[in-house]
Design a protein around this ligand. Structure first.
Ligand SMILES: [Zn+2]
Length: 266
């Protein structure tokens, strides 16, 4: 099982290597997980000029390792929330000329703590990204993240350091749906909650499998029995599908959307 994590790590780095070869970064990424060292390696890869991947020896690699590269900027929460002023500083950083690296990298840490004002202020930057900028948004959970932010980013699953202790709220509708039963939503807010909870449960299942740990809560409810029929890659694909629908849940045809998710399970 540990191999999977390493494979995944290599897979992610390979993916960014291809982008580097094509010179086609410049999209916004949502990193879901906890292995920030991997995210750091990706930043080195983006700005190392010595090597196709990264060399770990040059000035840029070393400065990124120490997190004091002038073209790397972190936005972090103060206490529980990230306020709009902090996000504005980050946006301003992106509009400035870079000091030495080709790409400016803006990192939003703990994105789930962005205030509503901060999230909205940031949306425009995501819609119209500045040239040669790379936006990395980190989160450990999708709950609380604006759906419009999720939909505007490519999603990368980072390995988790430890299984998240926080238990998912078990939604009866998710369980019924997973068992192949019928669910129906007249209320869009409830539909949104269902999708949010659905992706959360799938994500936690993936994490527990990768870490080779048992998530007892998921086991007792019988999720394990249903989910173990699928490969981890398949479940990640499902998470992606559920998130896509979540980002449009205010306007989408609910019945069609549910059918679309169902098709992913066959
Ligand atoms: Zn280097």
């Amino acid at each position: 099982m540990k191999l999977f994590v390493m494979d995944k790590r290599k897979e992610i780095l390979d993916y960014f290597n291809i982008l580097k070869k094509r010179d086609s970064f410049g999209t916004s990424y949502l990193f879901i997980g906890e292995d920030y060292t991997l995210a750091n390696d990706i930043f080195k890869l983006i700005n190392c000029q010595n090597n196709l991947c990264f060399c770990d020896e040059c000035w840029d690699c070393k400065a990124i390792e120490k997190l004091n590269h002038p073209d790397l900027f972190f936005v972090e929460p103060e206490g529980l929330t990230t306020k709009i002023d902090k996000i504005r500083e980050g946006i301003r950083f992106l509009t400035l000329k870079s000091f030495r690296a080709k790409n400016k990298i803006l990192v939003i840490k703990d994105a789930q703590s962005l205030s509503l004002g901060a999230s909205n202020a940031f949306l425009k930057t995501l819609e119209e990204p500045v040239n040669n900028s790379f936006i990395a948004i980190y989160t450990t959970k999708l709950e609380g993240l604006l759906p419009t932010i999720i939909s505007r980013c490519r999603k990368i699953f980072l390995p988790f350091n430890d299984i998240i202790e926080e238990k998912p709220f078990l939604n009866d509708e998710v369980y019924t749906f997973l068992k192949g039963g019928q669910v129906d939503f007249k209320d869009r807010k409830k539909f949104g909650l269902f999708l949010n909870n659905f992706s959360d449960i799938l994500l936690k299942y993936v994490v527990s499998k990768v870490k080779n740990q048992n998530n007892h809560l998921i086991e007792t409810k019988g999720y394990e029995i249903i989910l173990k029929r699928f490969t981890i890659e398949k479940i990640q694909d499902m998470i992606d599908c559920v998130l896509k629908i979540y980002s449009t849940h205010n306007s989408v045809n609910i019945k069609l959307a549910l059918n679309l998710i169902k098709m992913k399970f066959v």
